[in-house]
Design a protein around this ligand. Structure first.
Ligand SMILES: Nc1ncnc2c1ncn2[C@@H]1O[C@H](COP(=O)(O)OP(=O)(O)O)[C@@H](O)[C@H]1O
Ligand SMILES: [Mg+2]
Length: 341
């Protein structure tokens, strides 16, 4: 970002976790009984850090991402703690939460077209968040909107600010969503597959913007992605999720160099790339693992990956593997951890 911006940066907070998610659990009530969507996810995020949540479809990534800023439907029961700068978001009233969301913690979702209002100009939609949270005048908010479009590298921002969403490409719309999300200088941004719906050629631009936000504003980012190249490129730490449970967590280099859980090994595939540490090619998807993610109708006291696991023994179906360090700073929930041979 070479252009000067007036977006307020969160203050660096040293080693203090900006966001601390502790034993997050989400259960949905449905007509067919409960769904145990997230079962005990914990992670800390410091200013300027990016943590990636990875796992196949249906593993509870989006539910985790939505639970953090309190966006789940009322059918969800959420327990645990979500401490944002020490304050538990799960304890806030809906009104208090609305004041925090968009200002201290923001989110960007996969499909930008459904999140933007087709009836209003881009400028009006950016102004709305600035006027609501910062009490800016219309004129000041419009000027800030142009700066924000510049921040997310939208060419000719003075013109674009008066356009409607349908006049923009998918990549541009996603940039507008990011501009709205960061308009008030949030400490934390939750980005759920922000590039999945975009063409490969424009994904990189959106990811560069996330990197800029992290590097220049110190924004901490919870990034959900299927793309291991993106993880290798952007993330500092990784949480691997399977069937609603965290199965392995580590710093990105450690995880790619020494994956311990058979699920992680499966995702990474039989990778010669691993020889080169994290030198993965962007666009590389999670490897296919035979079998399906189980329906989350229960939270059983056994390893949920056992039915698909080549290392399975009796212990795996007799009790739940604890998420405990297998290497320094590197927990995995497996009775038979280790790198694939
Ligand atoms: N509103 C809901 N009601 C019931 N079940 C849900 C709801 N939202 C998500 N789920 C279930 O929670 C599980 C995790 O979903 P999700 O977090 O969207 O997975 P991911 O993002 O990893 O693909 C899935 O089994 C999904 O069907
Ligand atoms: Mg999802």
């Amino acid at each position: 970002m070479t252009t000067p911006v007036t977006v307020r940066a969160p203050q660096p907070s040293g080693d203090y976790p900006l966001l601390s998610v502790q034993d997050l659990r989400v259960r949905f009530a449905t007509e067919d009984g409960p769904v145990f969507a997230v079962n005990g996810v914990s992670f800390d995020l410091r200013a300027g850090e990016i943590i990636a949540l990875v796992g196949e479809s249906g593993c509870g990534k989006s539910v985790t991402a939505m639970a953090v800023p309190g966006l789940l439907a009322p059918t969800a029961t959420v327990t645990g703690r979500v401490l944002l700068a020490g304050r538990d978001l799960l304890e806030l009233t809906p009104k208090e939460l609305r004041a925090v969301r968009g200002k201290e913690i923001s989110f960007v979702f996969q499909e930008p077209m459904t999140s933007l209002n087709p009836a209003f100009t881009v400028g009006k939609q950016i102004r709305e968040v600035l006027q609501r949270h910062e009490g800016l005048s219309k004129k000041a908010a419009q000027a800030r909107a142009v700066e924000l479009l510049q921040l997310v590298r939208i060419p000719a921002p003075e013109r674009r600010v008066d356009e409607y969403p349908h006049q923009l490409s998918g990549g541009m719309r996603q940039r507008v969503m990011i501009a709205i999300a960061v308009a008030c200088g949030p400490k934390v941004l939750v980005a759920d597959e922000p590039t999945t719906a975009l063409d490969v050629t424009i994904q990189a631009g959106v990811l560069d913007i996330l990197r800029d936000l992290r590097d220049e504003l110190g924004t901490a980012i919870v990034l959900i992605t299927h793309d291991l190249g993106v993880v290798a490129d952007l993330a500092d730490r990784v949480v691997v999720m399977y069937a609603g449970r965290p199965v392995e967590q580590a710093e990105v280099h450690e995880l790619f160099a020494h994956p311990q859980h058979p699920y992680t090994n499966g995702l990474l595939g039989a990778v010669p790339h691993r020889e080169q540490g994290v030198e993965l090619v962007a666009g590389r998807r999670l490897a296919e693992i035979p079998g399906l993610v189980p329906a989350l109708r229960s939270d059983p006291d056994e390893c949920v990956f056992a039915p698909r696991c080549s290392r399975r023994t009796d212990v795996c179906t007799s009790r739940r593997p604890p998420l405990e360090p297998v290497r320094p700073g590197h927990p995995a929930a497996c009775f038979h951890p280790g790198e694939a041979s």
